[in-house]
Write a protein of this length. Structure first.
Length: 322
């Protein structure tokens, strides 16, 4: 038998060296993972952070009548007026849009708007509310305004009209009040918290006993709940008919699948029945990442609220549903 007095320590030394190398590899991997995760968070945080609010908003609007397009109420329109112009124009009210924009083709002949470098200088009224800006975004959209078109749609009214202000959307009586001075009496003791994250309205609610986050997007007007396919499969009634439609979400065409359901979405002390659920194919990777980044379960359109009133208090981050 061969014996070596000084050899017994060599295997232990090798093991220690190997363990140090492994620990360094693991530590390096963890550092890279943290840096990648942090970098991804910063990237998406910046990507989804909107520009500053360029709207100057003065005076309470009073009741502004809602106009709908399509038999399914595909879009919620609000009338606007320019000084020294008797024509009524319309903006689509879209809480899913983070800023107000005008459509270049539709505003070409309007004297109340001047455009330079894809930004518009304008002043107009929604009811009694005066809105002024010299940096409204202008997109290459819309149709040339003609005298034959009864609805002169010239842009989108985004969530920047809500920021730092109080708003009432009364679907029951078909009107909106912008820039409220105080909360309506019926909402004083009936408010819940919401998030106005990246100028998006995110409401907590319960569905199937789970706490969920929902984005209120009035731009998806004709739908009750838009969610992913897995949730759609879980919520749909067995053997229920599926209605397949094409829907436009600038600048792409999406395919929607809508079917019947029988569930309740609970908002603290207000339960709202859910009768339809929809999932969408064709979302861009950016839209998908926005949903994942925000932790949202789905989007609520106007259809689920058509028998209700919504009060949105952005300064206090409170919302009421009646």
């Amino acid at each position: 038998m061969f014996l070596c007095k000084n050899c017994t320590g060599l295997p232990n030394l090798a093991q220690k060296i190997n363990m140090k190398i492994i620990k360094r590899i693991i530590l390096t991997f963890l550092i890279l993972l943290i840096i990648t995760g942090l970098g991804g968070y910063i990237y998406f945080d910046r990507k989804f952070t909107p520009e500053k609010n360029y709207l100057t908003v003065n005076h309470e609007s009073g009741t502004v009548p809602i106009k709908w397009t399509g038999k399914d109420r595909n879009a919620l329109l609000v009338p606007i007026h320019f000084p020294q112009d008797t024509v009524t124009y319309y903006l689509q009210f879209d809480t899913g849009a983070v800023y107000t924009e005008l459509y270049s083709k539709a505003i070409q002949k309007l004297k109340g708007i001047s455009v330079k470098n894809e930004r518009a200088t304008t002043s107009f009224y929604i009811g009694k509310t005066k809105i002024t800006s010299n940096l409204v975004k202008v997109s290459n959209r819309g149709e040339t305004s003609t005298g034959n078109n009864p609805v002169k749609l010239i842009g989108t009214l985004g969530a920047d009209i809500l920021e730092a202000r109080k708003t009432l959307i009364n679907f029951k009586d078909n009107y909106i009040v912008f820039n409220l001075s105080k909360a309506p009496d019926e909402f004083n003791n009936n408010l819940i918290d919401f998030q106005f994250k990246k100028r998006k309205i995110i409401i907590h609610g319960s569905l199937e006993g789970k706490d969920e986050k929902f984005l209120y997007d009035s731009g998806t007007s004709a739908y009750e709940l838009l969610t992913n396919k897995e949730n759609w499969e879980n919520l749909r009634l067995p053997q229920s008919k599926v209605v397949i439609e094409k829907a436009q979400s600038r600048p792409i065409i999406l395919t929607t699948y809508t079917t019947k359901t029988q569930h309740i979405i609970g908002f603290k002390n207000k339960n709202i029945p859910l009768s339809e659920v929809t999932y969408v194919e064709g979302f861009s990777s950016t839209q998908y990442m926005l949903m994942k980044f925000s932790g949202m379960s789905g989007m609520l359109g106007n259809k689920i609220f058509l028998n209700h009133k919504i009060y949105i208090d952005c300064p206090e981050k409170k919302i009421g549903i009646e």
